[in-house]
Design a protein. Sequence first.
Length: 232
Amino acid sequence: MRHIVNIVINKINNQFIFYDKEIGIDIAEWFQKENFKDSKNNTVSLVNNGLWVKKHYVRKGMASFLGDYYLNTQIQNTRSYREFYLLNRLHKTLPTCKPIFGWVTRSTFFYTANLITEYIPSVTLESYIRQQKMNEDDWIKIGQLILKLHQENIFHGDLNITNILVKNDSKSEKFYLVDFDKSYLLHKIDERAKISNLKRLARSLQKNNLFSRSNFKNVINGYDNFNLDMIL
């Protein structure tokens, strides 16, 4: 991973805080004044009077017995730094949440990780589909959003209908991509990776009984690169 030079890393005791040097906030001072205890029960919560979202990283699947502990590695390879890095790169060119700062708390062998991002007043795509009828143009815009992601050579780690947000009262962008944990910046994203992302979205719709072949055809039309039979 190539690292942006304007990401600052500060060490305070056993915690490493990282942020963009142009953020305009004294993050280190602000961090020390606030109470940011790790919560094993809440992986996502609102902070700073609801203006920011705090994400606490917790293992899932077969490694869930480790809870929120990850084996120590370089700061630049930790879960929260990697996601911060991608968001810091993307938020100016792609509709996504702006990263504020992140931090890693180290012990002898393990670390825990957290990330603070800007709150987007929104509902998930899943909720939006269930509450309202998506029109043809909306589905096309979803495809265009994924195309824009791939034009940045980013592979999304879990492109499902809860990681696409529909912004409330949007005056500009309507759809936003979030949750870039386990996502990757590639030198050049290949066709296989692109198709994998589109297939993941299709499976998410199918799993939740929200799939329509005609609607997903509009997603592919918005993406403007593949035919439907290559995905389904």
